[in-house]
Design a protein around this ligand. Sequence first.
Ligand code: HEC
Length: 188
Amino acid sequence: MKTRLLLTLGALLSTTLVNAADTSQLTQETRGAIKALAAELKSTLQSAMKAEGPIKAISVCNEQAPKLAQKVSNEKGMEVARTSLKVRNELNAPDAWELSVLEQFEQRKAKGEPVAAIEYSETTQHNGNRVFRYMKAIPADDVCLMCHGANIPGALSAKLNQLYPNDQATGFNKGDIRGAFTAVKILE
Ligand code: HEC
């Protein structure tokens, strides 16, 4: 009886330890994928803003961002995307899990946690699969405010309204949570 209890405890403990090790490796892997996407997005956006101005740079966010996300997703064997509580493109709207994590991020920010450090991960069910899900908050920086701030220049604003008649992603201030990177990896 005692032996069986100990064995059960041992098995439980080792499963927990294995899971902890898996999760930390998955977290590292996912952080890497998101870092790669964030770096590609930032450099593509900055060079387009410099070379062609903000109106042309809209296409970076509009066409390049989904392509870059797809490229990183393929390379890293997981789905990586961006979402927000206030989306410009409805295709980026959060699902129920993402919505609750985004709300949790706002609460953590309100309690003083630095936005750049806010992340969350969980092993859960998604579309019938056991998955590892991860999200990382994206701070609104100066370069973002041109297209997501309170005073978007007229011509730029007109172009954005034309492309996104239901745009909610304006009025942000520096340091706000603009949105989050979100990743899903299907586990065996
Ligand atoms: C040149 C204008 C422009 C700039 C500058 C810009 N964005 Fe965007 N952003 C857009 C457009 C256009 C979309 C919609 C993309 C789409 O259709 O998927 C978008 C979408 C997003 C989304 C996806 C969620 C949503 O609202 O649909 C996030 C997150 C985001 N931007 C964050 C940022 C951050 C952070 C910065 C600064 C580093 C930034 N953006 C700078 C134009 C811009």
